[in-house]
Write a protein that binds this ligand. Structure first.
Ligand SMILES: [Zn+2]
Length: 507
């Protein structure tokens, strides 16, 4: 009715009508699509293997169910999801797009490029007078890879100024699929973040569960990804065969003490036994017994306390309907229960997610909220470079209003040379791996009273990052920018597109 002019927009009413507010609390609408079922090189024992589902997914998970209903068609999935979210009052002008299912790099290259091409097209067609027709899965098979790549580039350029912009793209893969070449392709596809399943940093357990890669392979993959400026979201799985609550906590600690790991985000998915997984047999014949809810709760509580400020615990359990779980955690509100327990003990989780302003503001006084935030810079070492975690926080360091991840790479290793062969634009650059300001999602170009999205936080953080880079002897900065925010770096900060990155030479 607002659109057709029969009603005047009322912000207060819209806020009241907005369902599931949490989804856009971080300032961005998250849209998840699944790729079609395809072989996965893995043989992990805990992995659900359902007919007509990509490996590791269960048909009753919400995103999986939606994807199956639309026959894993990327175009339909994107359009329907935008319509649905907007119908529920969530603006979708900034989309964090997550593609899930199996191992991305195991899919044929043509399929990968086609899937992303159709996703961008679906967003762009909302802004077009004459729509570019969607192409089906059979049509792309006939086309040359270069043609699909060129079409994707055109859609990406259009998306820079479209109404629905893809500002970040997450792909899910395995460490043994990461190489300079696959990284290059994922950059061309617009990928900015990788989800990697480590599960357990212990070769004995990885062997036992038939994960098919070693901890060292994982360390190499995450290092290489970081050397290309990617953000890495790591999956950790407590309660696997061969572990115990104590051992899980010890392993979790190594995620942050091992200089090759130190992930930006972590998803903690306690092992759940699903009927279609091999682990179900193990459960039946006694080879595996989960360590029980009490042990799991205790371990997770400790993990929260071991998480450093730069890391975001983005998920704490997987969205598996409890009736599918034969054994393992069935508490669906585990996260809330853990928070309650920490609160009771007078302890806090300082992970990035828990400190986001959206979650902290109801705990803060008016004075705290009105006081000017300040910039805090924390550094930590990783293999191949130093990370600067720059945040804008309230004076009491309770809440984060926005943050930036700056990486200053050091030694040029052999693998880096290979990376530069594919992407010469990233030689000797300082990387801005992530820039994020929080607040209720505000339309691009609009301002709304009380919202923190467009109060210049981003610019302050960028200036600080460029200052540090220059001070440390770098004269070039590269942003691993999502397609939909290229324009922001260009217009607001003077960056230019070079290869697949936004680059600026510091004067
Ligand atoms: Zn936390």
């Amino acid at each position: 009715m607002v659109k057709n002019g029969s009603l005047v927009a009322n912000k207060q009413f819209e806020t009241l009508m907005r369902k599931a507010d949490i989804r856009s609390m971080s300032g961005i609408a998250v849209i998840t699509s699944l790729v079609k079922p395809y072989m996965c090189p893995g043989t992990c024992v805990y992995c659900p293997t359902e007919y007509r589902m990509p490996k590791s997914y269960i048909a009753s998970e919400p995103a999986a169910a939606r994807s199956q209903q639309l026959n894993f068609d990327p175009y339909q999935l994107m359009q329907k999801r935008i319509e649905m979210l907007e119908g529920n009052g969530h603006p979708c002008d900034k989309i964090e797009y997550i593609i899930k299912g199996g191992t991305w790099n195991a899919y044929p290259l043509k399929y990968q490029y086609w899937y992303i091409l159709e996703s961008f097209k679906a967003c762009n067609n909302f802004s077009r007078d004459v729509e570019v027709p969607s192409t089906g899965e059979d049509e792309w098979r006939e086309k040359k890879l270069e043609d699909i790549q060129t079409a994707l580039e055109e859609e990406q350029t259009f998306n820079e100024t479209a109404d629905y912009r893809i500002i970040g793209l997450t792909l899910e893969t395995r460490p043994d699929a990461i190489s300079p070449k696959t990284i290059h392709h994922m950059r061309r596809q617009g990928c900015t973040r990788i989800e990697l399943g480590l599960q357990a940093p212990d070769d004995k357990i990885l062997d036992l569960i038939q994960r098919g890669h070693s901890v060292q392979q994982f360390r190499d993959a995450i290092t290489l990804l970081r050397q290309a400026g990617f953000k890495v979201d790591l999956h950790f799985m407590p309660d696997l065969p061969g572990s115990s609550p104590e051992h899980d906590v010890e392993m979790y600690k190594t995620l942050f003490t091992d200089l090759a790991l130190r992930p930006d985000m972590v998803k903690i998915y306690p092992c759940a036994v699903i009927k279609s997984a091999e682990l179900y047999q193990w459960l039946q014949d006694g080879r595996y017994t989960p360590y029980g809810e009490e042990g799991l709760f205790r371990a997770l509580l400790q993990m929260k306390l071991e998480t450093p400020r730069y890391c975001r615990i983005s998920r704490l359990i997987r969205d598996i309907p409890s009736e599918e779980i034969e054994a393992g955690n069935k508490i669906t509100n585990l996260r809330e229960e853990l928070e309650k327990e920490l609160h009771k003990r007078g302890q806090v989780c300082v992970c990035l997610r828990c400190r986001e302003i959206g979650r902290q503001q109801k705990l803060m006084s008016a004075e705290q909220l009105l006081a000017d935030p300040e910039i805090v810079v924390e550094t930590y070492e990783t293999i191949g470079g130093t990370e600067y975690f720059i945040t804008m926080e309230d004076a009491g360091h309770q809440a984060v209003y926005g943050f930036l991840r700056l990486r200053l790479p050091e030694k040029i290793g052999e693998k880096n040379e290979k990376l530069f062969e594919y992407m010469p634009e990233i030689r000797d650059v300082a990387f801005i791996r992530e820039l994020h300001t929080y607040g209720q999602l505000v339309g691009i170009g609009k301002t709304e009273e009380g919202a923190s999205q467009h109060t210049g936080l981003g610019s302050l953080l960028m200036k600080e990052a460029e200052r540090i880079a220059k001070e440390q002897g770098y004269n070039k900065v590269a942003v691993i920018s999502g397609v939909g925010v290229r324009g922001y770096y260009e217009k607001k900060h003077g960056y230019v597109k070079e290869g697949t990155y936004m680059v600026k030479t510091l004067s």
